[in-house]
Design a protein around this ligand. Structure first.
Ligand code: ADP
Length: 165
């Protein structure tokens, strides 16, 4: 049984992330999408909100689960019997960062293998940061996120405006 973990911030989850999740679900028996805190970026959605979004958007995939990370992804994978970590590469810049991350996973759990799926060309420019920047300035994000996420982003934006006034 091939059990894999796909860790990420997913803040918010984009069509690029969903493309990777769907493709990973086809080549594994079980894929656990693991929502992680990003210590560098300030978060927009809470971990719980992001997990809820992912659960809603992966509901059609019987072998996909969503969980929230409390600790280290490599330890989570080991404790849950997963030998594979899925990550994705969009461009050369991702490669430098991702190989460093994979090295850290190996250090913690030598039996873990990091497997990279290349981003689909139509999403290779796309990141959660781009989505957040676009929505902030009122630009069109229809080709970047599911409509459900677009609504959540608009609600979040309204909420922060109401709180600020
Ligand atoms: P992290 O903060 O851990 O990098 P992200 O949510 O930004 O979390 O990304 C999680 C994973 O999803 C990473 O492997 C990243 O390369 C991949 N990813 C992000 N955006 C896309 C995209 N547009 N297409 C394919 N993969 C993507």
């Amino acid at each position: 049984m091939i059990k894999a973990v796909f860790p990420g911030s997913f803040d918010p989850v984009t069509l690029g992330h969903l493309d990777i999740i769907e493709r990973a679900a086809k080549i594994t028996d079980m894929i656990i999408v693991l929502v992680c805190e990003n210590s560098v970026k300030q978060s927009l959605f809470t971990l719980g909100e992001r997990a809820e979004h992912l659960r809603y958007l992966t509901n059609h995939l019987p072998n996909a689960n969503v969980d929230i990370l409390d600790g280290l992804a490599a330890e989570y994978a080991r404790n849950h019997g997963a030998r594979m970590i899925i990550r994705s590469l969009r461009c050369g810049g991702d490669f430098d960062y991702e190989t460093q991350v994979a090295g850290a996973y190996k250090k913690l759990s030598p039996e873990l293998e990091t497997v990279y799926l290349s981003a689909s060309p139509e999403y290779s420019y796309l990141s959660s940061t781009v989505v957040r920047e676009f929505i902030k300035h009122g630009a069109n994000i229809d080709e970047m996120v599911h409509n459900y996420i677009k609504i959540k982003l608009i609600e979040k934006q309204r909420g922060s405006v109401d709180h600020g006034s």
